[in-house]
Design a protein around this ligand. Structure first.
Ligand SMILES: *Cc1c(COP(=O)(O)O)cnc(C)c1O
Length: 442
């Protein structure tokens, strides 16, 4: 390396410093452009969010909270974090306290547990096989290892959450904490009913709204506020923000619980939440990501964002109706939100086969277990389809109808490579008409 190269190195681009990583980044840009993204938990952030996330705020250590840091030089990152907090509280009316530092949804959830239960305590969470999340009690997850998890689920006949059964179970189990929220549930969740059930048995209600936060923000899904005691979310799913999480809570424990059951809560719930994030489960916050969250939350407060969420729902409706009319079996018979869970076995394939086949024609989905699935999880009977990413890209109901037809046709002609190739070209033509927001053109 010459002296001038050495001098230039700190300012060189990824492409110059590390062509191997750059080639993969560039490959991923092309993949995001060329393929149709139907993974329900993904979205495309706007350029301003990418820019904030890629900024020099990454260099700053800022353990603690704005105005109360363990490091000097925090005057600018304090501004950023306060803006993120103010906007988060404004976006969700009825919320009283927020911590915007969780590095991910899973870490926000870890802080929720740390703020409300001790190892061995009883927790009631949604069955993973019925649409719940790993952090709601899966055996290999910390939640399943450290707490006594009792699972509630959906009814077999209509695949909807059985709130009456949940109420009976809550009275039998007497958990300290009830977790509401899901990763693969296509219907509105009755947070108010769940809060009533929890408070009736002296438990706290924690809502994990990771999937539906954008819909909640837009007023298109009932809000967990003010009745939930703790609310966690990711920022990067329907909320279309930076990658990471947030945790909200009431300031004080609700009057319905016995403070003696929650010895970790002192002097109040809000302070406990903050302490659980740092030093509880994290060290220094990712200030560049918090800047991305602040920018995305500003965008989420606009009328355009509400309009976007309405289009997400309209697109999911059309996708679901079209698939159903072509012979697919929709769990719960339809959707109220941004995702549908489709049993593809009536079409003659498993979830795993459908995922691979659709990938071949440029449509990205994930295989997903359906409630009471007879196939093992790594094969699965279903696929999960979500509309947040394609809607960000500008796809409307016409495109959704065509994509639903492509999905069913691809499964039908799965053994005919020439026909599959033709379907792949149609998918690519649609993708080519809609540049991905935030991405540079090739
Ligand atoms: C995605 C998700 C999470 C985890 O978020 P990560 O950022 O992937 O850790 C937690 N809970 C629910 C319900 C989710 O859907």
């Amino acid at each position: 390396m010459t002296a001038s190269q050495t001098t230039a190195l700190p300012w060189a681009s990824v492409a110059e410093v590390d062509p191997d990583v750059w080639a993969a980044i560039e490959g991923e840009r092309a993949r995001q452009h060329d393929k149709i993204e139907l993974i329900a938990s993904e979205n495309y952030v706007f350029k301003a969010v990418l820019e904030a996330q890629g900024s020099w705020l990454t260099n700053k250590y800022a353990e603690g909270l704005p105005g109360k840091r363990y490091y000097g030089g925090c005057e600018y990152v304090d501004v950023v974090e306060r803006l993120a907090q103010e906007r988060a509280l404004e976006l969700f009316p009825g919320s009283e306290h927020v911590n915007v530092q969780p590095h991910s949804g899973a870490q926000a959830n870890m802080a929720a547990y740390l703020s409300s239960v001790n190892p061995g305590d009883k927790v009631l969470g949604m069955n993973l096989a019925h649409g719940g999340h790993l952090t709601h009690g899966m055996a290999l997850n910390f939640s399943g290892r450290y707490f006594e998890i009792h699972a509630y689920g959906v009814r077999e006949d209509d695949q909807r959450i059985d709130y009456d059964a949940l109420e009976v179970q809550a009275h039998e189990v007497r958990p300290k904490l009830i977790v509401a929220g899901a990763s693969a549930y296509p219907r509105i969740i009755d947070f108010d009913r769940m809060a009533a059930i929890a408070h009736d048995v002296g438990a706290l209600l924690w809502v994990d709204m990771a999937h539906v936060a954008g819909l909640v923000a837009a007023g298109l899904h009932p809000s967990p506020f003010p009745n939930a005691d703790i609310v966690t979310t990711t920022n990067h799913k329907t909320l279309r923000g930076a990658r990471g999480g947030m945790i909200f809570s009431r300031r004080e424990l609700p009057a319905s619980v016995d403070p003696a059951d929650y010895p970790m809560v002192k002097p109040n719930l809000a302070a406990t939440i903050d302490r659980s994030v740092f030093p509880g489960v994290q060290g220094g916050p990712l200030m560049h990501i918090i800047a991305g969250k602040a920018v995305a939350l500003k965008l989420a407060l606009t009328p355009e964002f509400r309009d976007y969420q309405a289009r997400v729902l309209a697109n999911a409706q059309v996708m679901g109706e079209t698939l159903q009319s072509l012979g697919a079996r929709l769990m719960t018979g339809g959707t109220d939100n941004h995702l549908i869970l489709v049993d593809v076995t009536p079409l003659g394939v498993t979830g795993r086969e459908a995922e691979r086949l659709l990938d071949e024609i440029g449509i990205t989905v994930n295989k997903n277990a359906i409630p009471f699935d007879t196939n093992p999880p790594n094969i699965a009977s279903g696929i999960r389809i979500g509309t947040p990413a394609t809607t960000t890209r500008g796809f409307g109901t016409d495109e959704m109808r065509t994509i639903a037809q492509l999905i069913v046709e691809a499964i039908a002609v799965r053994d005919e490579p020439a026909k599959l190739a033709r379907l792949g070209r149609t998918a690519r033509e649609i993708a080519d008409r809609f540049p991905v927001p935030g991405l540079p053109e090739a």
